[in-house]
Design a binder for this molecule. Sequence first.
Ligand code: URA
Length: 184
Amino acid sequence: MYETWEELENSIKDCKKCKLCKTRQNIVFGTGNKNADLMFIGEGPGADEDAKGEPFVGRAGKLMNLSFGIVGIKRKNVYIANVVKCRPPQNRNPEDDEADACLDYLRNQVVLVKPKIIVLLGSVALKNILGKEYGITASRGKWFEKNGISYMPTWHPAALLRDENKKADFINDLQLVLDRIKVE
Ligand code: URA
């Protein structure tokens, strides 16, 4: 566990802990306010994120930004990261060995950010952070407490692109978060 962002970011620079290093263009470390009360955890970079080195800059990210605007979250005030920092080929889900190899980076990010609330975007984030026994359909929109942090699982923004009906749930879940914490 590194005590500074500089050490942590240096430690990941040439990461070869899993096979995703062979196909990545860029490591997508994380972005936003490093002292945020509110943190978002996604699954892993897609093609746009891989190209830019920044999380949630593609279609799903644009929809997430739009939803942030509706409820009044400013992207620059929250911290955003993923379970895996390198793009899984063909946007497949990260495999267990890849997530296991990468999770220490995310845990270290959480320790450094010290968020009060973490929004888990989709099933991969939920299962890797709270446990494999949780399912996103049953868990979304509910609060979970672990190690002094409140967790709100919700749909992954990409799921909203496939199913319009999930948009209202997503906004609802973000609103629950804002009711608990006011992020300027
Ligand atoms: N999907 C994710 O889970 N993370 C990103 O950064 C982009 C798309």
